[in-house]
Write a protein that binds this ligand. Sequence first.
Ligand SMILES: C[S@@+](CC[C@H](N)C(=O)[O-])C[C@H]1O[C@@H](n2cnc3c(N)ncnc32)[C@H](O)[C@@H]1O
Length: 346
Amino acid sequence: MVAEVKAGKGRKSGSGGATGGADFDFEQGRARVFVGDCRAALKRVPEVQAGTVDLVFADPPFNWNRAYDRWNSTAEKQHDAAVVKKAAKNYDTWDDGLPREDYLDFTYAWLKACADGLRPGGQFWVNIPDDTAAEIVVYCKNELKLPMLNWCVWHYRFGQNRTGGFINSKVHALRFVKPGGQITWNARPILEPSDRATTYFDPRTMSKRDGMPAGFRVPMDVWYGPYFGRVQGNNKERRPGHDNQLPEAYLERVILSCSNEGDVVLDPFVGSGTTGTVALQYKRRFVGCEYSLANARSAWERMTNLGMVSPGKALGQSSAIAKARSASEKAKKRTRVNKPTDDAIA
Ligand SMILES: C[S@@+](CC[C@H](N)C(=O)[O-])C[C@H]1O[C@@H](n2cnc3c(N)ncnc32)[C@H](O)[C@@H]1O
């Protein structure tokens, strides 16, 4: 259950409006969640004001007309109905069907607020679908002057079916950095066996000198696999009422590689709390903002009481698509190992 619910600074509990209201904040140990529109709530985060945030991960509303706090009904059954009712009044579901111009203004505003809060060398990840990826890349590079370190793609199966065009099966995971400081990069915890080791039995992978253990590599920039599917149906990670939950494995990869223990991880769109749950599991400090109090309560329960479902399970897994070669193919392969086409194998 929620460990502590306190009134926002300078406000009486329950008195805020839908935009930037500060009715309830959650705080315990290494975790804090500020409830309200992140454009206003971020101003109440001391580390944002000081520019000392180490890592931002943002998974904003996509403007796809989704209801973001359907958790309300479940919450009413499980928690204090009076509090949730008051919250529903004060924090209407975020309008996920804004006119395009308004959505872009909103997007640029939270991007800037987050970038301002980063320390030099701090990293900024944004999870965004095709619709707005280009605008975000251009804005971050040209206006915010954030160099881009990686353009990753999260590939999932079971996208929305369609027949008039290709079925969408990806979201962009954009990685930027604020210039001027030490960039955290921990490859070791996120390594995976290389295809050369698991599938092609290429001896070169056992004697390579890139500083990584024999047979292992840094994952490629397209992310997929058993633990990277969309969190749907009877998935063990699934939180009731949250349709937009990211898999733990995705955040595990980001947080382990791009932050250290004790670092401040910020998520301006907490949702079901995946970022905070993973950050706390790995001994980071977590600060989040969430518009819906019902979502914030659900996320808080997950972060501080339930924790990760499968910590570490996705780590070290091969993402090879092809099956391992048979012994006879393996023998043939050894004789062909230096042919140029072989270099195409990652
Ligand atoms: C795509 S979901 C985030 C999902 C999250 N990454 C997870 O794994 O559960 C976006 C969340 O942002 C919240 N939200 C929408 N507009 C917001 C705003 N202006 N400020 C803060 N939170 C907002 C929504 O209520 C929703 O919970």
